[in-house]
Write a protein that binds this ligand. Structure first.
Ligand SMILES: Cc1cc2nc3c(=O)[nH]c(=O)nc-3n(C[C@H](O)[C@H](O)[C@H](O)COP(=O)(O)OP(=O)(O)OC[C@H]3O[C@@H](n4cnc5c(N)ncnc54)[C@H](O)[C@@H]3O)c2cc1C
Length: 471
């Protein structure tokens, strides 16, 4: 059976679904092909269920502070792991239902095709017995967790794809890989009462490039649960579980949780049949602005592009690929000031230029510890530090890296300021309230202004003291 369409979209994640929205404005001759469960990575295993688990774990962890507030008995509180997992799944299902209700539920079988697609050549796709001949194709196939071949599918090996479907949580787990997912999930599991050991072959946590912030983050998280860096973990089976070695250290655990990265889902598409050059992770050469492959009416969007996974970016790329697939005049993807947030507690956030991208001679740097910040003290979360970078010549904000309370919000403020090219002076001209965590940013900016002018800042009296109107 051969189906001729204007556009075939492969993958019903945020990228693919947003592409459909644009395509159907222009033509009804489209198909959305999806292999595996519907509902998107974000809602099923990614952003949303992971944040539910983190929120739940942080709430349980808060019992350790209750004694300080005069609330007794916190140490006797118990968590029912099965009920906790059930809660994660309940909310996950709600998120999935919301996605389905607004998207694929109302698509008929002429438009929504269940199955995995592969290219026969640049103009033909095969899905099961069906051949599809699209004028344009959008590849929005997402990414998958990378597990070393010897451990793939093995008993006792978990990834985010399987974690939330477990009936029970293990007693102990080794988290292999301390990037964003490894740190978020590792800390959540630890806070739920699992013995967690985190291991990474590198020396960085959550990919933080700024060495001072990286050190501060490692110090904070290492105080909470063991993190072992600098050695390739050696893993073997032992007594029904696993023995994991990192240099001289070793740990026995019941399960492994692999967070060693995610790779674009491209191999099963047989892109080699397109006759185009393929780069890292099998990603074909494409124009990063129009998202189009060179010389072919084929577009890439979302995690399938092989970059750092980011939901908002996947959705926007989907919209642009969808628009470009049905219009002669192309829209262009404009990359904005980057921002990454890790929802650990304390948060980690980076925005703008990374440390290694800065011209050190031209860059002024200021930092502020959250220790004495009034609002952080009130919350009992006064740990961490933020560092903000500015250009010495123009005074413009360039970037920031931080580990601290509510950095998800500070990162947004800074990212927006960087995006519009704001100077440090202009940022300091903005209104601030009291007592808020944003005062940590205000103090860092005051210091940064001092660094730009070559004089030390005078601000420390303000941190703890209640602000006086007009000061
Ligand atoms: C644990 C975790 C936490 C995350 N947290 C965040 C966060 O806090 N913030 C953030 O911005 N991002 C986060 N992300 C990343 C974010 O979820 C992704 O960037 C986003 O969901 C990618 O969307 P997508 O449309 O590219 O791919 P997906 O949603 O993965 O959709 C791809 C679809 O294509 C299908 N498919 C694959 N191959 C084929 C084929 N050959 N034929 C047909 N169909 C195919 C797949 O089954 C899938 O349904 C997280 C990811 C994970 C895993």
């Amino acid at each position: 059976m051969t189906i001729k369409v204007d556009v075939a979209i492969i993958g019903a994640g945020h990228a693919g679904l947003n592409a459909v929205k644009e395509v159907r404005r222009v033509t009804d001759r489209w198909v959305l092909i999806n292999g595996g469960p519907l509902g998107t990575t974000c809602a099923r295993i990614g952003c949303m269920p992971s944040k539910v688990a983190i929120h739940l774990a942080d709430t349980y962890q808060a019992r350790q502070r209750l004694g300080r507030y005069g609330v007794e008995g916190g140490e006797h509180l118990q968590i029912d792991h099965q009920a906790a997992l059930e809660h994660v799944r309940d909310l996950r299902d709600t998120f999935v239902d919301l996605v389905l209700a607004n998207t694929t539920d109302e698509m008929d079988e002429d438009h929504l095709i269940d199955g995995y697609a592969e290219f026969l050549d640049a103009g033909r796709l095969k899905v099961g017995e069906r051949i599809i001949e699209p004028k344009a194709t959008i590849i929005a196939t997402g990414a998958h967790s990378v597990v070393p071949p010897e451990w793939e599918g093995a008993d006792g090996v978990l990834t985010v794809d399987t974690l939330f479907d477990q009936e029970r949580l293990p007693e102990s787990v080794a988290v292999i890989g301390l990037g964003p997912i490894g740190l978020e999930i590792g800390q959540a599991l630890h806070r739920l009462g699992i013995q967690v050991t985190g291991l990474d072959h590198g020396e960085r946590v959550a990919r933080i490039a700024d060495p001072t912030v990286n050190r501060a983050a490692i110090d904070i998280f290492q105080r909470e649960f063991p993190l072992l860096f600098g050695h390739e973990p050696e893993i073997s089976r032992r007594d029904g579980g696993f023995l994991v070695r990192s240099g001289e250290r070793e740990v026995r655990v019941e399960k492994l949780f692999f967070a060693t990265g995610r790779h674009a889902n491209l191999a099963p598409l047989h892109l080699e049949r397109l006759g185009v050059p393929l780069g890292a992770q099998g990603v074909p050469l494409f124009d990063p602005t129009t998202l189009k492959l060179l010389k072919l009416p084929i577009y890439l969007a979302g995690d399938a592009t092989g970059g750092i996974a980011n939901l908002q970016r996947a959705a926007e790329q989907g919209r642009i690929a969808g628009f470009n697939a049905v219009h002669r005049r192309k829209r262009r993807y404009r990359s904005r000031a980057p921002m990454a947030i890790i929802f650990s507690e304390p948060n980690i956030a980076v925005t703008g230029r990374h440390w290694h991208e800065l011209d050190q001679k031209r860059t002024a740097v200021a930092q502020q510890r959250f220790g004495p910040v009034g609002r952080a003290l009130i919350m009992g979360q006064n740990r961490g530090l933020m560092r903000v970078y500015a250009d010495r010549r123009s005074g413009r904000l360039l970037g920031a890296a931080m580990v601290g309370p509510r950095c998800e919000h500070l990162a947004h403020l800074l990212c927006w300021a960087i995006e519009i090219g704001m100077t440090v002076d202009k940022a300091l001209d903005m209104p601030f309230y009291h007592p808020v965590i944003e005062e940590a940013l205000q103090d860092t900016l005051i210091e940064l202004r001092g660094a730009l002018r070559g004089s030390p800042a005078r601000y420390s009296w303000r941190r703890l003291a209640p602000r006086l109107v007009g000061t």
